[in-house]
Design a protein around this ligand. Structure first.
Ligand code: CTP
Length: 133
């Protein structure tokens, strides 16, 4: 199956690896995992700050992972349908922080929300490091 997922994936951490591993292993399959990485600009629009690592670095890091097969740049929310069709997605996977928000794409592919790994996020890492500096 072709699994498409989206995110900024800045300061790669265990929560990111866990969701990508679950995409790869979903339904006991050796799936093709395609990741739409939020561009720097789009990430700023969502989170009101630029990622620590720029989009080219994040693309290179994600491409190097064994649970990831393909990476592309996501430039806006509005293009999700276009991206899903272009990549022939069978499943759209999102973290549970997005629960229900992408149900409109159920007519293109199956939409699955996976629980987040507890107690870690990029924001949390940045805040923790800022506090000890
Ligand atoms: N994710 C996860 N578990 C976490 C953190 C992230 O499953 N603890 C998932 C998100 O649900 C999303 C993907 O990883 O599907 C990319 O999330 P991203 O927003 O880039 O990571 P966060 O750590 O949540 O970043 P931020 O703190 O900047 O929101």
């Amino acid at each position: 199956m072709k699994i498409v997922t989206f995110g900024t994936f800045d300061l790669l951490h265990i929560g990111h690896i866990n969701i990508l591993e679950r995409c790869k292993k979903m339904n006991n399959g050796d799936n093709t995992v395609i990741v739409g990485i939020s561009s720097d600009k789009f990430s700023y629009e969502k989170k009101s700050r630029y990622p620590y690592f720029n989009e080219n670095s994040r693309i290179k890091i994600l491409k190097s992972l064994k649970f990831v097969d393909e990476v592309f740049l996501e430039e806006s929310f509005d293009k999700k349908e276009e991206y899903l069709k272009k990549h022939n997605a069978d499943v759209l996977v999102m973290g549970s922080d997005w629960e229900g928000k992408f149900d409109m794409y159920n007519n293109i592919c199956k939409v699955v929300y996976l629980p987040r790994t507890p107690d870690i996020s990029t924001t949390n890492i940045i805040e923790t490091i800022n506090n000890i500096m």
